[in-house]
Design a protein around this ligand. Structure first.
Ligand code: CA
Length: 219
């Protein structure tokens, strides 16, 4: 999941980025509202984690701008202010969920999972496809009820393809979902991960569409 984190506190931002990365998210970290706005205009994100008190452009103004232009990206707001008025204002401006600082990183990740589940229309927490089952919370994949060992990137790749079953994703789109800013992308890494996924899960699951990308057909 490519996620934009907007947080001006260096310590907190660093901690959140590390935690999300460990949980398999590709994280871009913007430290002010203006940078975040440019990123949202140019990049494709599945989730937005947004601090409200930001330099240059406030989180609330950024959120209003997003929703006014019809962007429906799931937004989780982080705020230090615990007043009912602030929470109501944030939700009215289009936030999908709320966390008040200080918060537990595990809770943040659990809420992001719930948000992305809702936004992709996944009512059940498990993704199923034939004899393959992916559990986003436990980060486990089973084939015929046997646990299959996947690397973090293989897991993310499989999750993205399953979430968008029936849709062809290009190598560039998959790279965007696998890597955050400043992370080096090896030139053939998507091909290598797909190769490993096929070895572990069977060669017919992921289809290559020559010159276009990869797809997992709808079950
Ligand atoms: Ca702040």
């Amino acid at each position: 999941m490519r996620t934009l984190l907007v947080e001006d506190d260096p310590l907190l931002g660093d901690g959140i980025r590390a935690g999300l990365k460990q949980a398999g998210y590709a994280v871009d970290w913007a430290r002010d509202g203006q940078t975040a706005k440019v990123s949202l205009e140019t990049g494709e994100y599945a989730l937005l984690v947004l601090d409200l008190g930001l330099p240059k452009l406030s989180g609330m103004d950024l959120l209003k701008w997003l929703r006014t232009k019809g962007d429906r990206i799931p937004v989780l707001v982080l705020t230090a202010r615990d007043t009912v008025a602030d929470r109501v204002a944030g939700l009215d401006a289009g936030a999908d969920d709320y966390l008040i600082k200080p918060f537990d990183l595990d809770e943040l990740i659990a809420r992001l999972r719930a948000l992305s589940r809702r936004s992709t229309g996944q009512a059940a927490p498990l993704l199923q496809h034939g004899n393959i089952e992916l559990d986003p919370a436990a980060r486990q994949v089973r084939k015929d009820s046997q646990n299959i060992d996947l690397s973090a990137r293989e897991f993310t790749l499989l999750q993205e393809l399953l979430l968008q079953a029936g849709r062809v994703l290009s190598r560039e789109q998959l790279e965007e979902r696998l890597y955050g800013w400043g992370e080096e992308v090896e030139s053939n890494s998507v091909e290598v991960h797909i190769h490993h996924l096929r070895k572990k899960l069977g060669s017919s699951l992921i289809r290559t569409i020559r010159g276009v990308g990869y797809v997992i057909d709808k079950p």
